[in-house]
Design a protein around this ligand. Structure first.
Ligand SMILES: [Fe+2]
Ligand SMILES: [Fe+2]
Length: 150
């Protein structure tokens, strides 16, 4: 079954930081695709879970870079990323060893990701959006400036 990536990220989880929202969207899409694949095969596709882990590592590095560039304290959030990645790798290993149910892992992934966005990423996004260098430029700002100096 085809899944549209553009419908994956719930509106309530959009943070108005395009680079972060785009990566969240992609990760939601991958989790949803994993669910579809597991429903069809009742097994965890190794390549897909490896891709998801790589995307999470890249995404965490992005948030860490944005926080660093904006001068935002990030150590606690960074520790959450490390702990989460280790927990997901352990759970994935458990599924591959047959000691953990694949759908239990998928439910965990989905709940953890939504909770992490709400509890950790939203406060980061709010601080980024209060940092002038990260605020998106208003399209009419240049026109207003020309009017003021004319
Ligand atoms: Fe995130
Ligand atoms: Fe995060």
């Amino acid at each position: 079954m085809a899944i549209l990536a553009s419908t994956m990220l719930p509106e309530a989880l959009v943070l108005d930081v395009p680079e972060i929202d785009s990566q969240h969207e992609d990760i939601f899409f991958q989790i949803e695709s994993l669910k579809e694949s597991c429903l069809e095969s009742n097994a965890l596709p190794v390549a897909a879970i490896d891709r998801l882990l790589a995307s999470l590592a890249t995404h965490f590095a992005t948030e860490e870079r944005l926080a660093r560039e904006a001068g935002i304290y990030f150590s606690d959030h960074e520790q959450q990323h490390r702990d989460s990645l280790a927990a997901i790798k352990r759970a994935t290993h458990g599924v591959q060893q047959g000691t953990r149910d694949v759908f239990c892992l998928l439910r965990y992934l989905e709940c953890w990701f939504e909770r992490h966005i709400t509890d950790a990423d939203r406060p980061l996004a709010e601080r980024l959006n209060r940092t002038p260098a990260f605020r998106p430029a208003r399209p009419d700002a240049a026109r207003e400036f020309r009017y003021l100096v004319a």
